[in-house]
Write a protein that binds this ligand. Structure first.
Ligand code: ADP
Ligand code: G6P
Length: 482
């Protein structure tokens, strides 16, 4: 294991809503463990291979009193993780309610998708307090606590207060979503508390410097005394660093996975299945921020405008189930499935189905093979913190040099060179359709040039670099160089 820094004597404690594994109970009452999906878990799992840290989080289920030790042991032994147990009602109001029906839509500037219930705010505060109750007994002098994401916005403030006696304690926060402009942020309940809590950190990180700026702008509006200069920012007589730290992936791991027999077998199956056809791939959690209906409409338009492609191209859209108890997600599923049915009905022949829609989670080797076999990957998010799928696709395309189509509304547009991708506006279906045509017709020389440019970033900005850059900034309290 690497150390964060040779001078660092403390320990790193990471806190996120989720631990890397989610638990479900089968009909027989047995526990079923599955990898949690999403960019946060992918990034932290990458970092965990290089840096030793304890990971605190909710296991995704209300565990019966008698089973808690079993879950604790499983998480400790396999992931160096500590479960924080919540009752079903509280978790429902914190996770489905405040976090995913108020914060998530507002952070993505989509208030129309938000719901409301007064009990959710109380549950959110309570869960942040429960997390603190569980973490405080572990904390020692010189530790660094790194809190992640929107489920725990109040936690840094609570920890700072309760741990004021600890010596040289560092607290950091990283947001995995965009930060909205102040007109959206100021809609939020307890916006002052959120800003105060984050400014009690030593370092507050975002995927891009623009999100960092937008946060500071909001903080200045809702709190008095937040200085104008981000390079010399103080709050409550303490220095705070607010900066962009884009997440990355471990590209080498994806490349190595491609060499395994399991992936080779999956690849052979896919090649046989889609012989002679170009493949357009979409990999998204079934979330309204991902712009899946927009992608489907553009594909429909493309097949209508370019009938020469019908029968020669197939779209594989993986829609990973997510937050299925939230109304907005149920509505989205209905909309997407209706569109898939309609478009397949319109363009299918007896021999050919234009969209293969998979509403399920696939195994890592299947995902890797899908990335490698596709000619085009479309990221059509209408808002997205960063988007790691785009990086993973690039990492698996050493051989084919596939084309990445990227929405201008995903954070990764700030990290990947614009000339390496085909930019798209998810709202402009006719042009989006033309871009699909351009991607499918692009020659190998141009594809190779673009792929090289992309990999320059993807190979360099790993999740380990991201984590170390953040932790070292916390340690040294110096603003990182861009
Ligand atoms: P988001 O965090 O919004 O879901 P990202 O594109 O940043 O979007 O991250 C998605 C992550 O989820 C990727 O790292 C991808 O590999 C991962 N993923 C996709 N499918 C699965 C799966 N079945 N199990 C675990 N992780 C998955
Ligand atoms: C995004 C969020 C993460 C979350 C992930 C998956 O990446 O930023 O915090 O873990 O989506 O969503 P879920 O609700 O299943 O944890």
């Amino acid at each position: 294991m690497d150390s964060v820094d040779p001078d660092f004597e403390g320990r790193v404690l990471v806190v996120a809503n989720r631990v890397p594994i989610s638990i479900k109970t089968t009909q027989e009452g047995e526990f079923e463990y599955s990898m949690s999906s999403g960019g946060l878990v992918s990034g932290l799992k990458g970092l965990a291979k290089a840096i030793d840290f304890k990971w605190f989080g909710w296991p995704g289920i209300d565990v019966h009193r008698n089973d808690k030790d079993k879950v604790r042991r499983h998480l400790q032994d396999n992931f160096n993780a500590v479960p924080i147990f919540l009752s079903e009602t509280l978790a429902e109001m914190h996770y489905n309610g405040f976090s995913n029906s108020i914060l998530w839509p507002l952070l993505h500037r989509m208030p129309d998708q938000a719901g409301s219930d007064e009990r959710w705010s109380k549950a959110y505060q309570e869960v942040n307090e429960i997390f603190a109750d569980n973490i405080v007994p572990y904390v020692e002098d010189n530790d660094m606590i790194w809190v992640h994401d929107y489920h725990l916005l109040l936690l840094p403030g609570i920890l700072r207060e309760r741990l004021s006696k600890k010596k040289n304690l560092k607290i950091g926060f990283f947001l995995h979503t965009p930060f909205p402009t102040e007109d959206y942020f100021t809609i939020l309940p307890f916006r002052e508390q959120i800003c105060r809590s984050l400014l009690l950190c030593d370092v507050v990180g975002f995927h891009t410097n623009q999100y960092a700026k937008d946060f500071l702008e909001s903080a200045r509006i809702v709190l008095k005394g937040v200085s104008k200069s981000p390079s010399d920012l103080h709050w409550n007589r303490r220095k705070v660093i607010v900066h962009g730290f884009p997440l990355g992936i471990e590209a080498d791991e994806w490349k190595q996975k491609l060499e395994t027999d399991a992936v080779k077998q999956e690849l052979a199956n896919l090649r046989e299945e889609f012989d002679d056809q170009k493949i357009i791939l979409g990999v998204d959690r079934l979330d309204y921020i991902k712009g899946i209906p927009q992608k489907l409409r553009a594909y429909d338009r493309f097949l209508t405008d370019h009938p020469e492609w019908v029968g020669k191209v197939v779209m594989i859209q993986l829609a990973i189930p997510t937050r299925e108890d939230v109304d907005a997600y149920r509505r989205l599923r209905e909309e997407v499935e209706l569109l898939v049915g309609r478009i397949n009905g319109k363009h299918a022949t007896f021999k050919h189905t234009p969209i293969h829609y998979l509403h399920r989670s696939v195994k890592p080797e299947q995902l890797c093979a899908l990335y490698a076999v596709s000619d085009v990957c479309i990221i059509s998010s209408i808002r997205d913190g960063l988007n790691l799928v785009s990086y993973e696709y690039a990492a698996c395309q050493e051989e084919r040099k596939g084309v990445l189509m990227m929405s201008t509304y995903a954070g990764a547009i700030k990290t990947l060179p614009p000339s390496s991708v085909i930019l798209l506006n998810p709202w402009d279906a006719p042009r989006f359709a033309e871009r699909i045509n351009q991607a499918l017709n692009m020659g190998i020389e141009e594809r190779a040039k673009r792929h090289k440019e992309m990999m320059h970033v993807v190979d360099t900005w790993t999740s380990v670099k991201w984590g170390k850059a953040f932790l070292q900034t916390m340690m040294k309290m110096e603003i990182p160089k861009d």
